[in-house]
Design a protein around this ligand. Structure first.
Ligand code: ASP
Length: 441
């Protein structure tokens, strides 16, 4: 076990967790046992990752921006990142729409199944809360999203993981201001942030030591809490459509990566595999962020100046997996409920899914909340909303796990592309000081 690379250790932990979950499901006391004695270790791990996320963003972004030669370098990174994020998200939605229109998973759903799913899930508190939350988000003014990026109290922003964009805003402003003052005056601060950055990365390393055990707990919990497999079979066509789309999206990333940087898919996947596995186990891009940043910077060799901006921003606004899922789910629900969609409706889905994925928080289940907005935009009536969500609710968690993998893979791919285009990527083969620590544990 000592010589094994981290991603293998995590994979073994995941496999063992799944087996253990199934084993426990066969005992009447198994569910309670896993929830009381195993699940807390997974929760502790997620809390540790979330604990580190805000300090990491703050410190590494301030260091990243203030390390730049001038502000125009930052503009370069920013502009490229946002443009590529929007393009890849539109691509993801288009792939989802093409697949769902070809496979038509909603057409095959029998009235009986719709009835059964509606009766079982339409009244579920998660669904009603999701609809309420989406409505709350929608009721604001059009420019609220801009206002929301600007914090009025940095400590307030730092105390809430959902306000990551506000912390990013503060860090960029701080970093730019450091660039604009006399270098002699900013030097002590630059040294301080550099040192803090090292300490925080070391904290990520320490937390990652328990990753293989934590994923065991997380997966065992998911298995004992999962719905019966019969429902999964009934929704198989829908599940396959989403999974196929996500798989194609990963393929698209690898092709883009190869075309634009000449780098091999194997190098990329090997570099970020532990982050992908954690995204799968936690269903949260935000919780995975510290590991994504560590891997992309230290293993893929992306310059800190690029990764410290591209990845936190990506975790909050770039969700290709989520947007693809939202497009498929919206059309699937319309097909199942016999609501016809014309070309304009599909175009509306592209636009709203783009905005909805930007607005989705990087936490488990967030994509489903914002799906309500996509459904509303194509005219799913309010009384059918709960039914629509009930149709996809039973399989949302496994799909969430998979779309989160795509979300963080997209962010990582864009980091490499942006870094490469600006000559800010180092020799990836050298690995890193941090990585060696994992191997030698
Ligand atoms: N769980 C996803 C993420 O954190 C968001 C979602 O699609 O629900 O990236």
């Amino acid at each position: 076990m000592n010589k094994l690379e981290l991603h293998w250790k995590i994979l073994i932990g995941m496999g063992a967790g799944i087996l253990f979950g199934f084993l426990m499901s066969s005992f009447s006391w198994g569910y309670e046992f896993v929830l009381n004695w195993i699940a807390p270790f997974g929760t502790i791990f997620i809390r540790l990752l979330r604990l580190i996320a805000i300090p990491l963003i703050l410190v590494s972004l301030i260091k990243g921006v203030s390390d730049l030669k001038d502000i125009s370098a930052f503009k370069n990174i920013g502009l490229r990142t946002i443009v590529i994020y929007i393009v890849t998200t539109c691509l993801a939605i288009t792939i989802g729409l093409i697949l769902v229109n070809i496979i038509k998973p909603g057409k095959g759903l029998s009235e009986e199944t719709i009835q059964e799913l509606t009766e079982t899930y339409a009244g579920d508190s998660t669904i009603t809360t999701n609809i309420e939350q989406a409505e709350h988000q929608e009721s604001g003014k059009p420019l609220d999203f801009l206002v929301d990026i600007v914090p009025d109290n940095i400590f307030g922003a730092m105390s809430n993981n959902q306000l990551m964009l506000q912390v990013i805003f503060f860090a960029i402003l701080f970093g730019i201001s450091m660039l604009m003052i006399d270098p002699e005056k900013s030097k002590p601060l630059a040294k301080l942030f550099d040192s803090l950055n090292h300490v925080i990365l070391k904290m990520v390393n320490i937390i990652m030591m328990i990753a293989p055990y934590a994923v065991f707990a997380l997966l065992a919990q998911i298995i004992v809490s999962s719905n019966d497999s019969e429902i999964l079979l009934k929704l198989l066509n829908y599940v396959i459509t989403v999974l196929l789309g996500l798989l194609i999206m990963i393929g698209v990333y690898l092709i883009i990566l190869y075309l634009f940087t000449g780098r091999k898919p194997r190098w990329f996947i090997k570099g970020i595999a532990p982050a992908q596995l954690l995204a799968f186990s936690t269903s949260s891009s935000a919780a995975t962020l510290p590991v994504t940043m560590e891997r992309v910077t230290n293993k893929l060799g992306v310059d800190h100046e690029v990764s410290s901006f591209v990845l936190p921003v990506g975790a909050t606004i770039n969700m290709d997996g989520t947007s693809l899922y939202q497009a498929v789910a919206a059309v699937f629900i319309a097909q199942a409920l016999h609501i016809p969609l014309d070309f304009m409706d599909q175009l509306t889905i592209v636009l709203t899914a783009l905005l909805a994925s930007i607005g989705s928080a990087a936490v488990p289940g967030a994509g489903m909340i914002m799906l309500v907005i996509v459904l509303e935009s194509i005219g799913i009536p309010a009384d059918k909303m709960a039914i629509g969500l009930a149709l996809i609710f039973a399989v949302d968690r496994p799909l969430d796990m998979c779309r989160t993998v795509v979300n963080i893979t997209g962010d990582s791919m864009v980091s490499v592309i942006v870094a490469n285009s600006l000559g800010k990527i180092h020799d990836p083969e050298k690995g890193s000081e941090h990585d060696n620590k994992y191997v030698s544990e």
